[in-house]
Design a protein around this ligand. Structure first.
Ligand SMILES: C[S@@+](CC[C@H](N)C(=O)[O-])C[C@H]1O[C@@H](n2cnc3c(N)ncnc32)[C@H](O)[C@@H]1O
Ligand SMILES: Nc1nc2[nH]cc(C(=O)O)c2c(=O)[nH]1
Ligand code: SF4
Ligand SMILES: [Mg+2]
Length: 181
């Protein structure tokens, strides 16, 4: 059984896949307590894998985004295999502190200050910008490096930073701008 906070259908709001319809599977609990975390994820219900797949397959899109909380505490090869057998593309939003199943199709890593990265493969890095030194994160091998404003509150500061450091791209939380989940 895996503890699930919510499963919902929306559009990926952030990063390289922004605008793509996706089912979000939000797992309960996290190993970190970021002061800026915008998600209440602690509550949840235990679900079996068949039940998770059945719920995910109620929606017509191919992309499934596992998030949380920290999905790396919950996911394994068996769940990713089942999602693949159901024809799904498996994306994960992770803080990077956990080793993930290798078969995951897309890894979005949002590293947090003072943590050690254990994730082995990263497709996109997406750092929430709160004025910290983000230059070390450019050394992480990935297809894209995004800076994301914190709660849509410091977008101008992030734009100015990116214009000075153009290795970065802007990731907006577009779902918050258009009031969708
Ligand atoms: C809620 S977290 C869950 C996944 C994982 N624990 C992580 O941090 O990547 C999903 C994404 O939202 C970002 N995020 C959390 N709080 C935010 C905030 N206040 N503003 C912008 N992005 C935020 C995280 O950095 C992460 O990229
Ligand atoms: N629309 C939408 N896109 C998202 N991308 C990452 C999210 C997350 O909370 O992990 C998220 C979310 O909560 N909603
Ligand atoms: S790692 Fe992710 S879910 Fe956990 S507290 Fe930080 S932003 Fe929230
Ligand atoms: Mg979110």
């Amino acid at each position: 059984m895996r503890k699930i906070n919510e499963i919902f259908y929306s559009l990926q709001g952030e990063g390289a896949h922004a605008g793509t319809p996706a089912v979000f599977v939000r797992f309960s609990g996290c190993n970190l307590k970021c002061i800026f975390c915008d998600t209440s994820h602690e509550s949840g219900t235990e679900m079996g894998d068949e039940e998770i797949i059945e719920e995910v397959c109620k929606y017509p899109c191919r992309m499934v985004i596992m998030t949380g909380g920290e999905p790396g505490l919950w996911i394994d090869d068996a769940l990713v295999d089942l999602l693949h057998k159901a024809g799904k593309y498996v994306a994960v939003e992770t803080n990077g502190t956990q080793v993930l199943p290798e078969a995951v199709d897309w890894v979005t890593c949002s590293p947090k200050e003072g943590t050690v990265l254990r994730v082995r493969h990263i497709d996109e890095v997406k750092v929430v910008y709160i004025g910290q030194d983000v230059s070390p994160y450019l050394l992480i091998e990935a297809k894209e490096h995004f800076l994301q404003p914190c709660s849509c509150q410091n977008t101008e500061e992030v734009i100015e930073y990116i214009k000075k450091h153009p290795q970065w791209r802007l990731s907006l939380q577009t779902h918050k701008l258009i009031n969708i989940p």
